[in-house]
Ligand binder design. Structure first.
Ligand SMILES: NC(=O)c1ccc[n+]([C@@H]2O[C@H](COP(=O)([O-])OP(=O)(O)OC[C@H]3O[C@@H](n4cnc5c(N)ncnc54)[C@H](O)[C@@H]3O)[C@@H](O)[C@H]2O)c1
Ligand SMILES: O=C(O)C[C@H](O)C(=O)O
Length: 314
């Protein structure tokens, strides 16, 4: 049997979608189809061609096409959904829920029709609720519907720890649990630098400042950009998750997964540590939490539930 490259479709060719498409191709994780709405077909084709023309310079052989036609995405191995509106200063991610739920449903109807065997990774916000909408619409098994939040939130947390200690980011390990909102739960107790618990290296008040900055990390970028939200680190996060799946790496990464009893939550999509491999989410890890950590996670879960209620009311 001939060996073929993976087919990776990115729905939404805006800041995050286009950046993700380029990074996927640069890492040669597969051939990339970048799709946006028909009104933006030419700009989408233009972005894809521009990226492809970088390939001789950078030396990658992934193909990239732009389209507004779902037939071009048919039989994708992985579909990454970034379609939707982004927040502006003064807005919360939850303010996007009604618009993006409608977009998510229409995108997922097409994904279900054209790529019924795909693994789907959701980025659009509010992402925990959008992953729920995608799961409902797609009807795929839970291991094939994955939301991105924890890789990004953890990346921010690790960036700030590395800055604080002036050490390599490569030696910083941590975990952020919970919903992708301002009450997410960076797990200080499970964070270390080169194996040394951060509580032995950073004073408590500075750790608290890092935790708070992580929680509002998305808003910090929104306020600086002025007219949109982060895209370089979000795209890098999507690419790390895609690589774990395409290469069946079985990486332990935080991802938004359907919880069915884990951590005491039922029928809730929220960020938890998972194994990501060729089957998508292959396992959800249940960590032991202190009473304080569980209270914080309960608060975050309540926030996610409140947004899901809005979606269910539509
Ligand atoms: N989960 C996360 O960690 C995370 C991180 C960054 C951004 N986001 C979210 O991702 C989404 C996209 O952000 P962005 O910065 O790329 O926004 P953007 O406005 O630059 O791009 C969104 C694109 O989606 C397209 N789109 C809208 N409706 C569509 C449809 N029905 N089909 C196909 N494409 C459609 C738009 O035309 C636009 O090109 C936002 O909701 C943002 O909040 C989430
Ligand atoms: O903050 C946002 O609205 C975008 C994204 O969720 C992020 O965390 O950067």
């Amino acid at each position: 049997m001939a060996i073929r490259r993976k087919k990776l479709s990115v729905i939404g060719a805006g800041f995050t979608g286009a950046t993700t498409a380029l990074m996927l191709a640069q890492k040669e994780l597969g051939d990339v189809v970048l799709l946006d709405i028909p009104q933006l077909e030419n700009p989408t084709k233009g972005k894809a061609l521009d990226m492809l023309e970088a390939s001789p310079v950078q030396g990658f052989d992934s193909n990239i096409i732009g389209t507004s036609n779902y037939e071009d995405t048919a039989n994708s191995d992985i579909v990454i959904i970034t379609a939707g509106i982004a927040r502006k200063p003064g807005m919360s991610r939850d303010d996007l829920v009604n618009t993006n739920a409608g977009i998510m449903k229409s995108v997922c109807e097409n994904v279900k029709k054209y790529s019924p065997e795909s693994i789907v990774i959701i980025l659009s916000n509010p992402v925990d609720a959008m992953t729920y909408v995608a799961y409902q619409t797609l009807g795929f098994p839970k291991n094939r519907v994955i939301g991105q939040s924890g890789v990004l939130d953890t990346a921010r947390y690790c960036t700030f720890i590395a800055q604080e200690l002036n050490v390599s980011v490569e030696d910083v390990r941590g975990f952020v649990l919970g919903g992708h909102g301002d009450d997410m739960v960076p797990l200080v107790r499970y964070s270390n630098v080169g194996g040394i618990p951060i509580e032995k290296l950073i004073p408590a008040d500075r750790i608290e400042a890092i935790v708070q900055r992580t929680r509002t990390g998305g808003g910090e970028i929104v306020n600086l950009l002025g007219n949109g939200s982060a895209y370089y680190a979000p795209a890098a996060s999507l690419v790390q998750m895609t690589e774990a799946i395409v290469k069946d790496k079985k990486r332990i990464l935080p991802a938004i997964a359907l919880l069915e009893g884990e951590y005491g939550y039922d029928n809730l999509f929220m960020g938890v540590p998972t194994i990501l491999g060729g089957d998508g989410i292959e396992k959800v890890f249940e960590l032991e939490l202190t009473a304080e950590e569980k209270t914080a996670l309960d608060k975050s879960a309540d926030s996610v539930r409140n947004v899901i209620k809005v979606v269910e009311g539509n």
